[in-house]
Design a binder for this molecule. Sequence first.
Ligand code: HEM
Length: 260
Amino acid sequence: MTFIRTLFLHILVVAVACVCISLLINNYAQFSQYFNYRIKAHIGANHLFSETELQRYNGQFNEELYLVILGHVYDVSKGAKHYGPGEAYHMFVGHDASRAFITGEFEQYNDSLSDVSVLTDDELQQLFTWKEFYDKTYPYLGKIRGRYFDDGGRETAYLQDIRARATKSVQATRDGPKYPSCNVEWKAQHGTRVWCTNRSGTGRDRQWVGRPRKVLPDAGSDEKRAVQFCACLPEDVTDALYVTFPNCDEHTYSCMIPDQ
Ligand code: HEM
């Protein structure tokens, strides 16, 4: 009697398992769609992604494809023919490879590709034009923590400087800034650094190096200064609209800028 009951239970378990497996196989598309919907609902708009979280959205682990430009995340799943695995622009999904939009380094991703500080002001302007393309074409999902946004989702000094340089390029054809811009870099361990050299801002040699100064946004009617973030002032020049950065010695060539 016990044997018959055990046999019956085994047959029942196997039958239920077979039904479940066949349901899963036949309705895989719906299950996967539902699962992706749940992930999206969880993420919502204006989510603050970590790098590790974003890596899941490169088309290998689920069908969602998330592209990053200048720290902003877009859902480019509807452009799978460009961004899906094996496609021409697959390198742009799952991480921030902003620089490659200008340099065309699509072959192999490396984490330096989120650094755009080596680009000229004109190239930065082109990069913002790419961002406008994504704003118009694909759903915006949020930001990624790191170079462009801090842990609270606020813009870093690095992003402010990049935007200021891009805006400057639009105006540069009309009139150049009063003083050359600083060099800028961002590193995960230290944050944003600005510094002056005798080529910074212009790419051409000059006689003097200058000291990094924060350009005050309240620059009155002078548009040229209003769009600049950091300028290199000659050491003997004092100008009320150009101030030393907090915790930075006024005579030093290089300053660390804490993220707000
Ligand atoms: C730095 C260089 C380049 C970058 C960053 C770039 C980037 C891109 C991106 C991101 C897309 C997809 C746009 C979307 O989501 O709809 C795209 C599409 C396209 N690209 Fe490029 N591209 C570059 C160079 C080129 C070159 C040199 C060619 C031609 C020889 C080219 C031909 C195309 C074509 C034909 C499409 C549209 C394909 C289609 O709609 O089926 N691209 N490009």
